[in-house]
Design a protein around this ligand. Sequence first.
Ligand SMILES: CC(C)(COP(=O)(O)OP(=O)(O)OC[C@H]1O[C@@H](n2cnc3c(N)ncnc32)[C@H](O)[C@@H]1OP(=O)(O)O)[C@@H](O)C(=O)NCCC(=O)NCCS
Length: 371
Amino acid sequence: MTDDTVPTDQPALLRGPGRDSSTQDGRVRDGSALRRPLAGGAGELWTTDRSGGAGIVAGAHGGHLSEVTVPGEVEARLQAEPDPTDLRTLLDAVVARASARYAAAVVVDTAGWRDGDRRVLEDAGFTGGDARGAALRVRDLRTAADGTPTRVLDAPALASLNGAHARFAERRGEVARYRTDVSVWTGVPRPPSPQDWQDVRSLLGPGAVLGIGTDVELPAGWTPAGPDGGVQLTGEAVEGVADPEVLELGPDDVDEAVALVERTRPGPFLPRTIELGRYLGIRCGGRLVAMAGERLHPPGWTEISAVCTDEEHRGQGLGRRLVLAVAHGVRERGETPMLHAASTNTGAIRLYEQLGFRRRDRGSTRFVRVP
Ligand SMILES: CC(C)(COP(=O)(O)OP(=O)(O)OC[C@H]1O[C@@H](n2cnc3c(N)ncnc32)[C@H](O)[C@@H]1OP(=O)(O)O)[C@@H](O)C(=O)NCCC(=O)NCCS
């Protein structure tokens, strides 16, 4: 991790005065915190190299809010009672940051808040309690502009790296990529700011290739890496099917999995990719002949990836069984399966569509080369 590493997670949780759960486990407020100013004089951002610890402190006259990341959640607490205008400014700053990071939600625990402050929250788009408590107010950030709950899929790698996969991230500013032995994905805010493009360049280096949403305008000097791109498919209608005959793959299977991927070329499968989720395989005569597993993990979704079957075993339904078995595990966690495929891979896309996956046009990417 570097000084500008900002591991964060979702949802962001704002706590009322007097609540200080972040210090209960001693994980966050320690001497290793690294401080730097926030843009626009909004306060300061501090991070810590302890596991999962990070935060923003947005200051304003009369009080400030701090966000503190604990694994799985960002907590932010109202540390003094600001006047309502300042509170609104702080809330908007936290929502904007959480939104730019593709967090699932900002959650506010209003226990101990004044009634007037609760009204400010409602004006800022927060709605009433959920299963976790009547004092909670939630601002859901998953909803896309078209009203579907898929916004986090606009930047699925960023949403993963700022959430469930924060431990695999290498960061520069708001840009993050997976460690290079884990995955090739880079997460970039959408649309990228001029600073984000610079950060991509310094993080990946000239000549590197990354996928970018097809609607994103490239700055001068950045060029498409080829005519083809990627498509995204979502499986809202895919329930999955448990398959007692498929095997869960573990670290001992990685060499064979890498060899299978080299023979079948579904996309990159690296030495540590298996750590991203659950990988399933089918053996024939002891040899691994087909596999599929979980890769990106934006909030509420899991990407099914590395779907491949050895040439001589194709057309027997192994690919179908494995995709459905992985999807079943995803569903059991209450999540929805999704997929990416090269736009030219019409055979695989046809299989996924037969299984009920549907193309999501906003998820289409093109490959771009870093100048
Ligand atoms: C895509 C891939 C995984 C499919 O694997 P598979 O095990 O052959 O998949 P299935 O057998 O379940 O289905 C493939 C096709 O065979 C058909 N099929 C399924 N069961 C069948 C059976 N018992 N007999 C004959 N055909 C069958 C399916 O309907 C499907 O038909 P389609 O060609 O019209 O789409 C395989 O072709 C592959 O490894 N490709 C290279 C890697 C790759 O591109 N992976 C996808 C990355 S996104």
